[in-house]
Design a protein around this ligand. Sequence first.
Ligand code: ZN
Length: 171
Amino acid sequence: MPKQTDLDRTYLQMAELWGKLSKAERKKVGCLIVKNGQIISDGYNGTPAGYDNTCEVENKEFHPRAKNKLETKPEVLHAESNALMKLAKSTNSSDGSTVYLTMSPCFECSKLIIQAGVERLVYSEKYRNESGVNFLNENNIETCFSPLKPEVPAKPIEILERKPKHPAWLV
Ligand SMILES: [Zn+2]
């Protein structure tokens, strides 16, 4: 049986891959829901079924020097909402599950996570507003921040010192 930390990391990597399916340009987020060692749902940020999944519109009132002129459309569902709603349509249950998310949840989604009976949240990136994670903690849901990318630049790889090749070694 793999260690929990290894499982967490692998599920998060899978959630990140899943998030790549999102058509959002500003931020792609992926979510997996796992229960009893099985992935029971998945989601990424996108529009409800029947829409073309375009997630942003150009904000014409945006400050001209602003970095991002795109604005997320109000009908976009966040990855975790999509995964929970997919479960709502299935015969499975989120009660007692773990949510893997590539971005910490917003406050709105946190309410759904609590109400869906989720026991644990593992996430790899912090959303600018941490009110969602704080709300989960207040409601006794275990939250675990597990960054996939190092926050500080990785140390250069140490080059192992090799013994010089000496002719005497050659047989
Ligand atoms: Zn959300």
